[in-house]
Design a protein around this ligand. Structure first.
Ligand code: GRF
Length: 206
């Protein structure tokens, strides 16, 4: 069975990307981390990728001032490398129409809440956990979903619930949720490889 080729889009520290790459390298996932693209040339994720000898590129308005050309260039490099699944692991930019059309149904995102709660434009990072704590909710969680034209609204592939205790702050919650993110993203990829989760255009082992 051929390895699933993964392309990562990242903006920040890259801990989700790191967890997935580790799972590829230790054989947990029959997948290959092929390349990493970041819109942020100073992102920790690019540093991690380079330290692991994974080709890592900076693509942004600085390298491609025209948004259409940027969208085309990013799509082209993913296609040149025959990427099967595009993984948004903390990617802060909207996916352009060229990439969406080329990889529709094969772009995954992770979000640190139980979508549709606490999703949408402007809901990212600590803002999510602060809103959850302010709400008084008793549970939050993690969602992995397909990416479509709207922020955080694509088909949900998997969710995990995280209990909130009275002593939780947005920081303690963020830390606990992040730990669950790392395992859930790997589990979803495992299920895609096994064929338990079906993505359009992805042949599986079943
Ligand atoms: C994660 O909380 C993820 O859910 C969100 O962005 C954050 C990225 O964290 N989309 P990291 O860069 O993977 O550490």
């Amino acid at each position: 069975m051929k390895k699933l080729k993964l392309g990562f889009l990242v903006s920040g520290r890259g801990s989700n990307m790191h967890a997935i790459i580790d799972a590829c390298l230790d054989g947990t996932l029959n997948a290959e981390p092929v390349l990493v693209i970041s819109n942020n040339m100073d992102s920790g994720a690019l540093e991690i990728a380079r330290s692991m000898n994974i080709p890592a590129y900076h693509y942004s308005a600085r390298t491609h001032p025209d948004p259409v050309q940027l969208d085309q260039a990013m799509t082209e490099i993913l296609m040149t490398h025959k990427i099967d699944v595009v993984i948004l692991a903390g990617f802060m930019k909207k996916i352009g129409p060229v990439m969406l059309n080329a990889f529709r149904g094969r772009i995954l995102n992770i979000h640190p809440s139980l979508l549709p709660k606490y999703g949408g434009q402007g809901m990212y990072g600590m803002k999510v956990h602060e809103a959850v704590i302010d709400s008084g909710d008793k549970v939050t969680g993690v969602t992995v979903h397909l990416v479509d034209d709207n922020y955080d609204q694509g088909t949900i592939l998997a969710q995990r619930v995280v209990e909130i205790s009275e002593n939780d702050t947005s920081e303690t919650l963020a830390e606990r949720v992040l730990g669950i993110e790392h395992t859930l993203f790997v589990e979803v990829l495992k299920d895609i490889i096994k064929g338990k989760i079906k993505l359009s255009g992805i042949a599986t082992s079943t």
